[in-house]
Design a protein around this ligand. Structure first.
Ligand SMILES: Cc1cc2nc3c(=O)[nH]c(=O)nc-3n(C[C@H](O)[C@H](O)[C@H](O)COP(=O)(O)OP(=O)(O)OC[C@H]3O[C@@H](n4cnc5c(N)ncnc54)[C@H](O)[C@@H]3O)c2cc1C
Length: 306
């Protein structure tokens, strides 16, 4: 994570000046406010602001005048009920605003989550920093042979070294050209006008870092985490989702526990899958051919139920 001493001082100054409020606060989230959690080699997530806590979910579900209920166990039961029955609007009453620094190719996957408010660093207005995501050797893997959208065995030896070298060389070279095109001096020191920032950026690679503020509500954040903290998501976005999940766990512990149980740890069963399970419970041996499921469905079903 590359925060400058000035940026770190700004964060600590913001934390050194607590304000009193009548609003619901979450002690777990207060501990995270403003601080940057490192992700990948130069990235981070930071919580800039949030609204609501576990009791705000309960309060909204009951449309009550004061706090939710007097008993944590009642709150927990209600939150689990809401999660179990996809009664999602009470979760939308909680909001979070994050500052995220991430490689552009990760941002392209992230931005597909439309139910959020985004404001990105302007590379028309500002000059991008010389920061590129270079994977750890353990993440430099070959194309998967079983999953078209995944990676397989880790590259080794000369090939791994060559790939790393290429990534670093191309990043350095394209940034040098970017800086050269922007500058007021040509390659031989002659004066030049300098290309507009909005044009010079176009030959920068997708592993350059960008930044944005990203605000969403808890229901849609859970949806994001369900998809991106999952083993099927690309590692480089998954580590961001994992870092966010760790803060959400501290923010709304009861809601997060219900989410982990029903969404991350749970599964949806099709009518065909339920029929197969019932037949198996009666002692019948069922194969894919007489299950009514496709090979792919059966593979996933067997992956869970064995
Ligand atoms: C493992 C993985 C692989 C993927 N591969 C690809 C790929 O190869 N190519 C590709 O293009 N994308 C791919 N995606 C992106 C994926 O298709 C979704 O665009 C992305 O996950 C965002 O999900 P979402 O639309 O549900 O989220 P959001 O945009 O946050 O929307 C949340 C929910 O709101 C509703 N909603 C939002 N906007 C609308 C709308 N305009 N109309 C109707 N309902 C709406 C939907 O119910 C939606 O589920 C991949 C995602 C994952 C996790």
């Amino acid at each position: 994570m590359s925060l400058t001493p000035d940026q770190l001082a700004e964060i600590e100054a913001a934390r050194a000046n607590p304000r009193q409020t009548l609003r619901a606060t979450s002690p777990g989230m207060e501990a995270h406010l403003y601080r940057a959690h490192p992700v990948l080699d130069h990235g981070f997530i930071r919580v800039i602001d949030y609204m609501g806590d576990d009791s705000a979910i309960v309060q909204a579900a009951r449309v009550s005048y004061g706090a939710g209920t007097k008993h944590v166990s009642n709150d927990e039961g209600l939150i689990r009920y809401l999660m179990r029955h996809w009664h999602s609007t009470p979760f939308e009453m909680c909001e979070v605003k994050l500052h995220v620094k991430l490689p552009v190719f990760v941002a392209r996957q992230w931005i597909r989550h439309r139910t959020a408010n985004v404001n990105e660093y302007s590379a028309r207005y500002s000059i991008l920093d010389r920061e590129f995501y270079i994977p750890e050797p353990a993440q430099l893997a070959a194309q998967s042979t079983v999953n078209n959208q995944g990676r397989g065995a880790v590259l080794e030896g000369a090939e791994a070294a060559r790939v790393l070298e290429t990534l670093k060389r191309d990043a350095a070279s394209s940034y040098d050209n970017y800086a050269q095109m922007l500058g007021q001096e040509g390659p031989d020191g002659e004066p030049q006008q300098g290309l507009a920032r909005e044009l010079a950026r176009m030959n920068l690679p997708m592993n350059i870092y960008t930044q944005w503020y990203w605000k969403t509500d808890l229901h849609n954040l859970f949806h994001f985490l369900r998809l991106r903290a999952d083993a099927h998501a690309q590692y480089e976005i998954r580590v961001y989702a994992d870092a966010i999940a760790a803060t959400v766990k501290d923010w709304v512990p009861l809601a997060f526990a219900a989410f982990e149980d029903y969404r991350m740890g749970g599964t949806t069963l099709s009518a065909k899958a339920i029929a197969v399970l019932k037949r198996r419970l009666k002692g019948e041996t069922v194969s894919q051919e007489d299950s009514g499921m496709s090979k792919g469905e059966w593979r996933e079903f067997e992956g869970i139920w064995g």
